[in-house]
Design a protein around this ligand. Structure first.
Ligand code: NDP
Length: 285
């Protein structure tokens, strides 16, 4: 294997350490810990694991976790009512509604009710719009985590050709926007892209956010490229990414593993965003 393996856990630990120091200073200054409210609707096992991880990480860095668990049959208006209460709660700095929601609920409408100043997932139309405008507010955690990893690894984004596979609101689009803001030349690929491997093989920086196990192999990786694999796919072999790690690692210069790459960064950036949201709110009062 030629590639350096990018240790997302170590980079996330460094981010969390910074947030811990900042959370203690916040508590000292404002007489209370910063607080992150999490909302889980239903009993989806993966969502329970994700929320559990976020709450545990909050506690580790001195962020107070305010957790609400609602029945799977919760009505739209009741969920939006809860978000409204959290918006109004002066001691809540960040709000995260765990997605996906049960099918009968309209996720976009729920997300849109979150106060953009508390939208630590960066998913409200206001924060998505600010990013599109080039004046980011709170940026989605996974895309922010990808950029933090690149910065930490000393990867030169400016002038690089970055190829992003996936165009979701949650990952692909915001990652592409952030790379463009970093002065990369950005190509976006999706399910209708012709000859995906050939396009990917032009990338200096390849970001995969697809949700198809090991979609991208050796032919999709330019020798010396930096490969960031956002994908998390549950397979019989356990968790795997969207990139065939062993094959890609033979040609890439650096690559994130799954698990242990982008995943830990998502939580770290959530904590970072909670502090940033808390500080911005306290400063505007
Ligand atoms: P979505 O399903 O919302 O989007 C997937 C994107 O991939 C779409 O744009 C789709 O194209 C594209 N796509 C699907 N199949 C292909 C294909 N065969 N070739 C090229 N493009 C394809 O997924 P998300 O963006 O939410 O998540 C992507 C992955 O990242 C998932 O594995 C998810 O679990 C993981 N993830 C990981 C996180 C982390 O913390 N590490 C956080 C969030 C997500 P089209 O638009 O044309 O349909």
């Amino acid at each position: 294997m030629a590639a350096r393996v990018i240790d997302g856990k170590a980079v996330a630990a460094a981010v969390k350490e910074r947030v811990k120091v900042d959370a203690a200073a916040f508590a000292e200054e404002f007489g209370r810990a910063p607080a992150l409210a999490t909302v889980l609707v239903g009993e989806d096992p993966a969502s329970q694991v994700y929320i559990g991880g976020k709450r545990k990480a909050s506690g580790e860095v001195g962020i107070r976790s305010v957790h609400h668990e609602l029945d799977a049959a919760t009505r739209q208006e009741d969920l939006e009512g809860l978000v409204g209460d959290l918006n109004a709660d002066e001691e809540v700095d960040g709000i995260l509604v765990q997605l996906p929601l049960p099918d009968h609920l309209d996720s976009d409408a729920v997300v849109a009710t979150i106060d953009p100043a508390k939208d630590v997932d960066g998913l409200t139309p206001v924060n998505a719009g600010l990013l599109a405008h080039g004046t980011p507010g709170l940026v989605s955690c996974t895309p922010a985590g990808v950029m933090e990893l690149l910065a930490h690894e000393g990867v030169e984004v400016e002038g690089a050709h970055a190829v992003v596979v996936g165009r979701s609101k949650l990952v692909g689009v915001p990652v592409a926007r952030l790379l463009l803001m970093g002065n990369a030349t950005v190509t976006m690929c999706h399910s209708r892209t012709r000859d995906l491997d050939a396009v990917c093989a032009q990338a200096d920086i390849l970001v995969a956010a697809v949700g198809v196990p090991r979609l991208l192999g050796k032919d999709a990786v330019k020798p010396g490229a930096v490969v960031i694999d956002v994908g998390i796919n549950r397979t019989e072999d356990g968790l795997v990414g969207d990139v065939d790690f062993d094959a890609a690692a033979e040609v890439a210069s650096a690559i994130t593993p799954v698990p242990g790459g982008v995943g830990p960064m998502t939580i770290a950036m959530l904590l970072h965003n909670t502090l940033a949201a808390g500080r911005a709110r306290m400063a505007s009062r």
